[in-house]
Design a protein around this ligand. Structure first.
Ligand SMILES: N[C@@H](CCC(=O)N[C@@H](CS)C(=O)NCC(=O)O)C(=O)O
Length: 208
């Protein structure tokens, strides 16, 4: 039995969608990231962040690790088993988790520090420029293929699609190219992704 600690629309949505991709409906524990963390979350993750997955009572932290664990355990085609195909899928998962996500985390931090001033702040604008460069890179990568690894959807596409929907949490806009929006539309239309959005009461807006 899986339990998932999540915040609606946060990076934990990728784990939630993946669970549904492999036919699992987790027991959901919503966490309010604006409030003090519940003691039961701090007990299994002292950092207080989401996602945390428990599998029969054992906690796994760090989104990318959780996704790899689930994809391997359930033999999901979203993560090739070996060789260069697996390396490419892991590369894009890590790009989303360890390069793109922290770029957003920087501007979320600045936003907290600057409050309303963030909308006109050059420092904040620099953070947005760094995010924009990463999305521009994604657009170039998608020039000749529908998904980051070619013809098939992999874990990185799912996490990227989740992060793409964080526009309403930004104080200055990020623009997506046409190919990137097509990717968002394709991934967010998957029945598992739709089921996770519905369960979290989140609207997907980034593909429009
Ligand atoms: N490296 C971690 C990052 C997790 C993370 O930053 N999660 C965000 C939500 S997208 C969060 O919980 N932020 C609030 C906090 O860190 O206290 C992972 O991939 O699991």
């Amino acid at each position: 039995m899986y339990q998932l600690y999540y915040a609606p629309g946060a990076c934990s949505l990728a784990i939630h969608a993946l669970l549904r991709e492999v036919g699992e409906t987790p027991e959901l524990h919503a966490v309010n990231l604006q409030a003090p963390r519940p003691p039961e979350l701090l007990k299994i993750n002292p950092r207080g962040s989401v996602p945390v997955l428990t599998d029969n009572g054992t906690a796994i932290r760090e989104g990318a690790a959780i996704m790899i664990y689930l994809a391997d355990k359930h033999q999901s085609p979203l993560l090739p088993r070996d060789g260069l195909a697996r390396a490419a899928a892991l590369e894009w998962l890590m790009f989303a988790n360890s390069t793109l996500h922290p770029a957003y985390a920087r501007v979320f931090f600045l936003s907290k520090q600057l409050g309303d001033e963030a909308a006109n702040s050059p420092l904040y604008a620099t953070g947005i420029t760094m995010i924009q460069k990463l999305w521009d890179d994604v657009e170039s990568e998608l020039a000749a293929k529908p998904y980051l690894c070619g013809d098939a959807c992999t874990l990185g596409d799912i996490l990227l699609t989740v992060i793409g929907n964080w526009g309403s949490w930004l104080k200055q806009p990020v623009k997506f190219g046409a190919k990137t929006k097509d990717l968002f539309a394709r991934v967010s239309a998957r029945s598992a992704f739709q089921a996770a959005l519905k369960a979290e009461n989140v609207e997907y807006k980034a593909a429009a």
